[in-house]
Structures are given as C-alpha cells and as structure tokens.
Ligand binder design. Structure first.
Ligand code: FES
Length: 121
C-alpha cells in the first residue's frame, strides 16, 4: 500500500526573506523529498496545512493507517532523507505505527499530531 508524503510548498521558515526568495522553503524541501521517494512512497504538494508557524510541514498518510503531521523541518538533504526513510517504515507497517526504536533520528522531535484512520463502515 502506498504511503503518501504531503509536503506544504508554501512554508517559509524564519529568515526566509534573506535567502533571495526564489523558492519557498517548502518548495525546496519538496524537491529534495521528491528526488528520494519511490516504490511504496509517493509525494504530493499542497499549499498550507495550517501549521505555518512550524514550517516546514509535511504529512505522512496511507489509507486505513494511522497518519502523522510533522513540522519544523529545514529544506536540507538530511531532513528530506529522514522523512523518506520514515515514510518507508510507515509503508511497511500494517497499521502505520512505527516503533520509536526504528525512527530515523531526523524525525525525532518533529511530530505534531496523529490522525486515527476512519472506521470501515
Ligand atoms: S504555509 Fe505551510 S503550513 Fe501554512
């Protein structure tokens, strides 16, 4: 089953104005994540997930599984790699629950909320 990484492409971190403003921080992070994601991990971009003060934000989801919102990422190769590595573990999990001991170091401290899957009715 595909795990989706939804990336906010309008996120701007503090100090973004000093970067030249050619791309938002979210666009930069999205490009890095998209370059790494394949197989059971897919990506999509959205504009704003309402976590603006915690930029950069992403959401990890799969149908019928626990989903997670994460924030406070930087548009770096290290953060992108941690996000994709976590999404691969989420994809391999039956429920979306990845044991803490398996979390990539780079996602620790970035979790914002958990979304419980809807009942199957
Ligand atoms: S601009 Fe990214 S969450 Fe609002």
């Amino acid at each position: 089953m595909t795990t989706w990484i939804t990336i906010c492409d309008t996120c701007k971190r503090e100090g973004w104005e000093a970067t030249g403003m050619e791309r938002t921080d979210g666009e930069s992070l999205a490009a890095l994540i998209e370059a790494l994601a394949d197989g059971p991990v897919a990506t999509r971009r959205v504009s704003c997930t309402m976590g603006c003060e915690r930029a950069c934000n992403i959401v990890v989801q799969a149908a019928g599984k626990i989903g997670y919102s994460l924030g406070r990422f930087a548009p770096t190769a290290e953060d992108a790699a941690a996000i994709v590595a976590y999404a691969r573990l989420h994809a391999a999990s039956q429920t979306g629950l990845v044991p803490f001991r398996d979390w990539p170091q780079g996602v620790k401290g970035h979790f914002v909320s958990r979304q419980i899957p809807l009942p199957q009715t």
